[in-house]
Design a protein around this ligand. Structure first.
Ligand SMILES: *Cc1c(COP(=O)(O)O)cnc(C)c1O
Length: 374
């Protein structure tokens, strides 16, 4: 190992997608946005396809184009772009990347790019069913589907999808889930009444894929579950295997006296003569500063806790009289199979969600891939 690394188990990713596929007759779009939730866009995409995904999804267009540039030919949807991105939109159409459309201005942008490029664009019309984030508000939906139907007649676009996203899928009994599902059905009906025949209706993220078959329709869009992290931790792990293990090499270990203040602000003091171990990862690498004095690590099979504040590049662990030397491996989190902490443990320690723990592991941390998938 170098200073630190994120070990990525591609077989776990392939297996997790296979697990998701078994949960639904619908097609599976593996969501690989944000550099595959920090696991690495291309290896993750290939492992997910090996597991049976037939679609890939990204937020930004650039990531979709990277997948195409790497020779990946399956259908891809990119769903978040803004008005100045007409060049990216044209590039997406040229590369055969499907685009999400949430408004008539966005439809016009796609139409113009399709016309200029002489190539039909596949669009997925997004309806806001209650997340109040992206998607056309229900009041604006009739105008959008009418404009899309007209454009489809003109041959510039194919409205292949109608879709939406949940606000509360991780709380499967929440009343908004049923309400959003109902609004989604209404949205699809309105699109059909406008003359559209979307062949891909999709709504389910990981949580809905694993807990609510009524939401599956033609395609499901799992993200976090692909990486092996439970979308509904209160309901167990759904046989998912966490794919990322974050580890570092102890950069220094030294004996110190009782009463020493540790790291910036001295929010930790040694209680006895003890060994302090320096871990060369910090908030510049995505270690939450909020995890200071709280988050767990494992060294040589024993659990410890961060001592004092997390700094930009490093943090310290008081290991007592444990025999730890520079060069020993410090496991921050992993699958948990060998007793090590998990990304969920880190999320709990930092008052966040495991999505953020894995996704924020920064570019200074090399990813090393193990397994045969991808
Ligand atoms: C991120 C995202 C997903 C995947 O969500 P998970 O909770 O990670 O499964 C699906 N759809 C959209 C629109 C997203 O932004």
């Amino acid at each position: 190992m170098s200073r630190a690394e994120a070990l990525i188990n591609l077989d776990a990713i392939r297996g997790n997608v296979a697990t998701l596929k078994r949960a639904t007759p619908a097609e599976v779009m593996a969501v690989v946005k944000a550099d595959g939730y920090g696991h690495g866009l291309l290896p993750v995409a290939r492992a997910a396809l090996a597991g049976g995904a037939t679609w890939l999804g990204t937020a930004i267009i650039d990531e979709a184009l990277l997948l195409r540039a790497a020779g990946i030919q399956v259908p891809i949807l990119a769903w978040l772009w803004s008005p100045s991105e007409s060049v990216a939109v044209a590039g997406a159409i040229r590369a055969g990347v499907d685009l999400s459309v949430s408004s008539t201005w966005a439809l016009d942008t796609v139409l113009a790019a399709a016309r200029d490029g002489g190539q039909r664009a596949n669009v997925h019309l997004k309806i806001d069913t209650g997340l109040s984030r992206n998607g056309a508000y229900i009041d604006d939906w009739p105008d959008l589907v009418a404009a899309a139907a007209k454009a489809e007649t003109g041959g510039e676009i194919a409205a292949v999808g109608v879709w939406s996203h949940f606000a509360y899928a991780d709380d499967p009994g929440h009343p908004t889930v049923a309400r959003q599902l109902e609004r989604f059905r209404e949205g699809v009906a309105l699109a059909e009444r406008a003359g559209l025949r979307p062949r891909l209706r999709h709504l389910a993220n990981s949580a809905a894929t694993l807990t609510n078959p009524d939401t599956h329709f033609d395609l499901v869009r799992p993200g976090i579950a692909v990486y092996g992290l439970s979308p509904v931790p209160t309901q167990g792990n759904f046989d998912l295997v966490p794919a990322m293990s974050l580890r570092a090499e102890a950069a220094l270990a030294k004996r110190v006296q009782p009463g020493e203040g540790v790291s910036y602000g001295h929010v930790y003091h040694t209680a006895a003569a003890t060994t302090l171990v320096l871990v060369p990862l910090g908030y510049a690498d995505g270690i939450p500063r909020h995890a200071g004095n709280r988050a767990p690590v494992q060294i040589g099979g024993t659990r410890f806790r961060i001592s004092g504040r997390v700094c930009m590049d490093q943090f310290v662990i008081d290991v007592g009289d444990q025999a730890v030397v520079a060069g020993d491996t410090v496991v921050l989190f992993g699958s948990g199979r060998d007793g090590e902490p998990t990304a969920q443990d880190w999320a709990d320690a930092a008052d966040t969600i495991h999505y953020e723990i894995v996704t924020r592991v920064g570019p200074r941390v090399p990813r090393r891939y193990v397994g045969t998938a991808g």
